[in-house]
Design a protein around this ligand. Structure first.
Ligand code: SAH
Length: 349
């Protein structure tokens, strides 16, 4: 069985072999992405015999929804079981007109950032292109017919630049007007800062918005918080980010998780200002979201405000990420491939 959502699946070839006209593949894709068909039966303008034939050769879904949680702020989270029993999460965020989906790129994560739930058990495997797209398709179906996904952030589980081979074809479909039709500048890839991956992206496809997770402005602290920094070092991360900026011409984002008493002092803010210098960047400050079992503290309101004020006073663009979906553990850093208690239940809306 082929996965219909996988761009490499032989839909065009099979339709041709079944004697179908060339435009038929386009019609199927329109049902899939625009019409959000959940089954071949939903594709009502396809001849019945063709629907049955396709059903025997292609499957639309390789995942099942284990839980679907909804928070009061409009955030929805899906816990998906993959064909091999592994689990991933993806999130739909509503913010005024925006309909942003946050998707995962790997099962677990190998980066080991000490404040993040996703890496607690390490990485199990990369997601396939089809599995990455299936998150978009599943989340799109949560929207009413007149609404569309407007933004994609690859900020769920995993390190996207460690799985570029499968991510890039998925994002190509996300942008394709005959796919999900989401403009490329509304697609953000967030990375722990892997210079080789950043350079590859700059060479192949610098149109995506890149967000680099910094979290500290000196190597000692960054290595403590982001263990992969030990082998990379801040200078190499910043240099790669600069090269991406040159290739893309778009403003970069640096993310900075604010951990109370760890990286939120006035000195930390000044060090960050010095590190980023005169670069035209956006600093996205993310107050720590509590992860059960981890010892970190949220920053106090006073230290958070002082941190932000010091950055702004230096002329920096700063955005504070508002917490969304915290009650359903859908906020940044809270996604984890948990095994839910059996039997899996869907909480009521
Ligand atoms: N691997 C990518 C995507 C991670 S998720 C990366 O490292 O960028 C997106 C952002 O959420 C990252 O900046 C990540 O460091 C941050 N994050 C992780 N755990 C968090 C937590 N508990 N609270 C707030 N932000 C967190």
């Amino acid at each position: 069985m082929h996965h219909l959502l996988d761009p490499s699946s032989p839909l065009d070839e099979r339709l041709a072999a079944l004697g179908q006209p060339p435009w038929r593949a386009k019609a199927v894709r329109r049902w899939l992405f625009g019409g959000r068909a959940a089954s071949f039966d939903d594709m009502t303008d396809l001849p019945r015999a063709l629907r049955t034939a396709l059903e025997g050769e292609f499957r639309i879904w390789t995942t099942t929804i284990v839980t679907h949680s909804r928070a009061d702020d409009g955030t929805e989270k899906l816990l998906l079981a993959l064909h091999d029993g592994q689990r991933i999460e993806c999130v739909l965020l509503r913010d005024q007109e925006r309909r942003t989906v946050c998707i995962s790129s790997q099962v677990g994560c190998a980066m080991g950032c000490v404040f993040c739930a996703s890496g607690i058990d390490g990485v199990v495997r990369n997601l396939t292109t089809g599995e990455i797209l299936e998150q978009l398709a599943r989340l799109a179906r949560l929207l009413p017919p007149h609404e569309r996904i407007s933004h994609v952030v690859v900020m769920g589980m995993g390190e996207p630049l460690a799985n570029l081979d499968r991510l890039l074809p998925a994002l190509a479909v996300a942008q394709d007007p005959e796919g999900f039709g989401i403009s490329q500048r509304r697609i953000t890839i967030s990375t722990v800062g892997l210079p080789q991956g950043i350079d590859r992206l700059a060479a192949e496809n610098p149109g995506y918005h890149l967000a680099v997770s910094l979290h500290a402005a000196n190597d000692d602290l960054r290595t403590r918080l982001v263990p992969v920094n030990k082998a990379i070092g801040l200078e190499a991360v910043i240099d790669a980010a600069d090269r991406y900026w040159e290739a893309s011409g778009r403003r970069l984002t640096f993310e900075y998780v604010l951990l109370g008493g760890i990286n939120d002092s006035a000195g930390d803010a000044r060090e960050l200002v010095r590190l980023l210098g005169r670069r035209a960047v956006l600093v996205n400050v993310i107050p720590y979201n509590a992860v059960a079992g981890l010892p970190w503290q949220e920053p106090s309101a006073a230290s958070r405000d002082r941190f932000i004020d010091l950055l702004r006073a230096s002329g920096m663009n700063v955005q504070v990420r508002r917490r969304k979906g915290a009650r359903i553990d859908a906020a940044c850093g809270q996604l984890r491939r948990i095994t839910p208690p059996a039997p899996a239940a869907s909480p009521p809306a």
